[in-house]
Design a protein around this ligand. Sequence first.
Ligand SMILES: Nc1ncnc2c1ncn2[C@@H]1O[C@H](COP(=O)(O)OP(=O)(O)O)[C@@H](O)[C@H]1O
Ligand SMILES: [Mg+2]
Length: 351
Amino acid sequence: MIDLSHIDVTFHQKKRTIEAVKDVSLQINKGDIYGIVGYSGAGKSTLVRVVNLLQEPSRGTITIDKQVIYDNKVKLSGSQLRQQRRDIGMIFQHFNLMSQMTAEQNVAFALKHSGLSKAEKKEKVARLLDLVGLSDRAQNYPSQLSGGQKQRVAIARALANDPKILISDESTSALDPKTTKQILALLKELNEKLGLTIVLITHEMQIVKDIANRVAVMQNGHLIEEGSVLDIFTNPKEELTQDFIKTATGIDEALAKIKQQSIIKDLSANSRLVLLKYAGNSTDEPLLNGIYKRFNVETNILYGNIEILDNVPVGEMIVVLSGEKDKVEAACAAIEEMDVQITVLKEGQKA
Ligand SMILES: Nc1ncnc2c1ncn2[C@@H]1O[C@H](COP(=O)(O)OP(=O)(O)O)[C@@H](O)[C@H]1O
Ligand SMILES: [Mg+2]
């Protein structure tokens, strides 16, 4: 649906040039919730401004719905560009509502050039506010609304012209964790209900994990890694991606705490500390059941976490296995055979 090919964006300032986006190519399919993560300054906002045609690239090709919107030959006229932009809604961190207008008026403002009659507009605004769960706040001004409610108005406004694509640029960054969850749930609902393709810019991997199905990681203007959320979370290749994921899963913190515990500090000779990671079906089987029976190896779970990524359960466990050395070895091999990644974190030492 969205195809970016070799996009560069270079800004020329008085004394220096800034290469904000460097040779980025990516494809976003219809119905995707596509996360783009990276630290501040990575080039995320500049890249999505290219997608919604607010920023002309210095090089590259933009194709939306099989139509080339921009390359070194094609340039859309002003009116074509306005039509294209209407197909793309956008929401931001600071909502960008007009403070002197009510919620209803803010949404209606986006319908100014829609050609609808006054009555049709009124009906549509009511429908949009209902869609975002804000019917009872139609007459409130932004100052009378909470952050989450303001973002709901902004979402209703962004959807006013029935866009096919919604771009969210850090839209939950100014919200508390609970409100963030609610807004993400709304975005997911709109994705499913309307078939809306969503491009989700964020500096938090947690957000990607919650609702995205694909993710790209940006660093210094480059797209350094891209893939399904499941692949990226279970098998991140780049160091930056790994860092982002660690902050989203909590495994590092858990491990640091566990390593301070005396049973781990003085891990006995017949024990082994392992990290187990599994995705999909293996979580349906009782993974560690039977290990004791089959191998006479005891399993002591110190930490466990299961996430649902794009509808697939993904689990991590930190476990102490204790038993005779060759039995522990055999148990590890058996676990691995169940399609579980196993990493030895520590071997017990003889006292
Ligand atoms: N209009 C502009 N003029 C000059 N430099 C810009 C402009 N917009 C963004 N930049 C620069 O481009 C880089 C990427 O910025 P941005 O896309 O906003 O990153 P992000 O959204 O990932 O934080 C930054 O170094 C920023 O200062
Ligand atoms: Mg930004």
